[in-house]
Design a protein around this ligand. Structure first.
Ligand code: NIG
Ligand code: FE
Length: 404
């Protein structure tokens, strides 16, 4: 054996399918790892290396299925504007918001993007995120959308995490352009992105101040024809029925859905669409929260993501996300952990490899210093993350001491 992580209490979902609600099993003992994969759980095995997990808990590496990495620059002035009364949509419509970040991304290089975003990926790794979605959407023309997607490709070679790329050319209509004409431009971008294999998913922001239901539907249909998997930013700011439309079109997930109508929920269940909720953004924008309980009680699997981006949410910690899920979405700690690991992996299509601590899966494991499962949402400080393993390799250990 290459590595034994010993003396653990292990909390994990099991399987390779999204779970509506939650299902967490508890094991005790060792996790034995060879060639980056979990070989057995329970009895200790002789190994080249041992990590003593005494008094610690092991959970699967967190999967963050929705981030806006890579981006460039910051928008703290907008944050203060919002704190003092302006809304997200007002700032977006007056040429700020997403457009501010687009200007900064357009005037930077791939190397600078890689440097800047490695920093965020390092923060995330220390917080236990071992796989995540990255997306474009701050280029809004072929050259700069490709720049972002190539940045993701470069980052994927240089950081330990698994990065899954999404093309979000339809994040906003570039200023001075007509929405219909820009959609046609995006169709052309799809061809290049397909031929260079730069994205697994195509996403669209269908909302007030972004794309209409009609254009968003056209785009997702076309993307599907081109062989992309599809997903959507749906009903974050306003209720327009796009969550159920995207589900009918075959979206793997519908993301945000703060304003989804109850009558749309059966469509998500029928088409096996995952509801991807991001209470971090509700918290950051001081808006309402998605109807997580209704979705779960109707049998829709829920995944949780950060939506980490420079405008609508800058919180990346999965522990803080778990706090918001329990406290504001009314999810149980068991549902929350399932939503941040297995269900999130199902959104990204990596459920055969990660998302649970099971024989055969990759050894992506977070070691937490906590007495029980509830504790991580109750005391959501990153200080409880004691170690992070990716593919069976220790990529973070918190040994920092203070001296006084
Ligand atoms: O998911 N909703 C659209 N996009 C992001 C915000 C991006 C930004 O403000 O830069 C979101 O909230
Ligand atoms: Fe988003």
């Amino acid at each position: 054996m290459d590595l034994e992580i010993s003396n653990l209490r292990i909390f994990t979902p099991t399987g390779k399918k999204p779970i509506a609600g939650g299902n967490i099993s508890k094991f005790e003992g060792s996790i034995n790892i060879k060639n980056g994969r979990i070989v057995s759980i329970g009895e200790p095995c002789k190994a080249n290396e041992t990590f003593d997990g005494k008094n610690m808990v092991a959970i699967p590496g967190f999967v963050d299925p929705h981030t806006h990495i890579p981006f460039y620059g910051e928008r703290s002035k907008e944050f203060v504007m919002r704190a003092t009364g302006k809304t997200y949509v007002e700032i977006l419509k007056s040429g700020g918001g997403i457009h501010s970040t687009v200007n900064m991304v357009r005037s930077t290089s791939i190397d600078d993007l890689v440097r800047e975003n490695k920093k965020y990926l390092k923060w995330m790794l220390r917080a236990g995120v071992t796989s995540l979605e990255c997306k474009s959407g701050y280029g809004l023309d072929l050259e700069n959308e490709l720049k972002q997607l190539k940045t993701i490709k470069k980052l994927a070679k240089e950081v330990p995490q698994t990065l899954i790329p999404t093309f979000l050319g339809a994040h906003a209509v570039p200023p001075g352009k007509d929405e219909d004409a820009y959609i046609t431009e995006i169709f052309e971008m799809l061809k290049v992105i397909k031929s260079e294999s730069l994205a697994n998913f195509v996403d669209v922001f269908c909302d007030e101040g972004a794309f209409s239901v009609e254009n968003a539907s056209k785009l997702l249909k076309r993307a599907k024809e081109w062989g992309f998997k599809i997903r959507a930013h749906a009903e974050e700011l306003s209720s327009n029925g796009f969550a159920s439309v995207a589900a009918e079109l075959g979206a793997v997930s519908v993301d945000h859905i703060i304003k989804i109508e109850e009558s749309e929920i059966p469509a998500l269940k029928k088409h096996g669409t995952i509801a991807l909720l991001m209470p971090t953004t509700s918290f950051y924008l001081k808006t309402t929260y998605a109807p997580a309980r209704k979705l779960i009680d109707e049998g829709v699997p829920v995944a949780l993501g950060s939506d980490f981006n420079p405008g609508s949410n800058t919180f990346y910690s999965p522990l803080f996300l778990s706090h918001l899920a329990v406290n504001w979405l009314g999810m149980t700690p068991v549902e929350t952990l399932t939503a941040q690991t297995l269900n999130a992996a199902c959104v990204l299509g990596i459920e055969n490899e990660v998302g649970s601590i099971e024989n055969g899966k990759k050894a992506d494991i977070v070691i937490l210093d906590m007495p029980n499962l509830e504790y991580m949402s109750y005391m959501p400080t990153n200080e409880i993350v004691k170690a992070v393993f990716k593919n069976g390799r220790k990529v973070f250990e918190n040994r920092s001491g203070v001296s006084w």
